[in-house]
Design a protein around this ligand. Structure first.
Ligand code: RP5
Length: 173
């Protein structure tokens, strides 16, 4: 292996998913993404990277993410939620957007800000407040090229089926 190969390879054990949010007030919503990643043993990092309050850092985060070995970015924000879209504009990585519900408008403002991206700059948007699905989607994206992770996802899906069947049995009596 040449020196170039070493320097271009992904650091072993480093974070594969970056979880970012516009404010620490988003963390109570966003921590469900971290918990999902922990369930699957996926290393992640989490930080506040505000599109409006720290735009230069936000752009640097997006531009550096792939080179640092991240495979997916999960970005959550509320209100005029530009963070996921702006990150998607400057990174080739898949970006999963989490609309964080705030006090007014029930999160519809966040949802529409994140989901209505122009053609060419996709953000995979989950339901309002559903950061758990963002974590699970990040696992699926990584699992597309990771057989071990795919196996874990299949086992998780089977556990969901088992749980649903048990609920059916409880209803049937
Ligand atoms: C957004 O403004 C953040 O993502 C957060 O949802 C919202 C409120 O932020 P704080 O005023 O709580 O810091 O940019």
């Amino acid at each position: 292996m040449s020196t170039d190969d070493v320097t271009s390879s992904v650091p072993a054990g480093g974070p594969r998913v970056g979880i970012v949010m516009g404010s620490d007030s988003d963390w109570p919503t966003m921590k469900a993404a971290a918990e999902a990643l922990e369930e699957f043993g996926v290393p992640y990092e989490a930080d506040v990277v505000s599109a409006h309050r720290m735009p230069e850092e936000m752009l640097r985060y997006g531009k550096d993410a792939a080179g640092r070995g991240l495979g997916v970015i999960i970005a959550g924000a509320g209100g005029a939620a530009h963070l996921p879209g702006m990150l998607a504009a400057v990174t080739p990585l898949p970006v999963v957007g989490v609309p964080v519900p705030l006090r007014y408008l029930d999160g519809m403002d966040s949802l529409l800000s994140i989901v209505q991206m122009p053609a060419g700059v996709p953000v995979a948007t989950v339901a309002i407040g559903n950061a758990r699905n963002a974590g699970l989607l990040a696992v699926r994206i990584l699992a597309a090229s990771d057989a071990g992770l795919r196996q874990k996802m299949e086992e998780f899906q089977e556990s969901l089926a088992e749980s649903a069947r048990a609920k059916g049995a409880a209803v049937r009596g």
